[in-house]
Design a protein around this ligand. Sequence first.
Ligand code: DQA
Length: 142
Amino acid sequence: DTVFVLNGPNLNLLGMREPEIYGSDTLDDIASRLEDRGRALGLTIDLRQSNHEGHLIDWLHEAQADGARAVILNAGALTHTSIALHDAIRSIRTPVIEVHLSNPAGREEFRHHSYVGMAAKGSIAGLGTLGYELALEAAAKL
Ligand code: DQA
């Protein structure tokens, strides 16, 4: 089984981008840790990143078409703005787990609302890259 790990805008810069908020691990570091754990769980990891909303929507549709076990989604700032991503999550039966490195609830007001979280099966936030690993453990049990 495959788990899609979809990352939105600016997450390609992880490791260099505001490390005091997002930590020093890169997306490649996250990918290799997920692949290790995935092997033990019998899950293949398909990790992708795009700065473009439409790509994320296409990939959510693809997850369902491919029969993916689950989607782990860090939509970056699109979390707080994208009704289209909200609708895409609702349009598929594949369970979507929302992940954030930081804890948006403890940050600026404009990060407090999540269109992704309203449609997701569940959410993990504020635990840094560990959140992705916890989401994978959850995906293995869904
Ligand atoms: C983020 C939180 C968002 O508010 C922010 O726009 C990001 C990263 C996180 O992982 O903490 O780009 O999704």
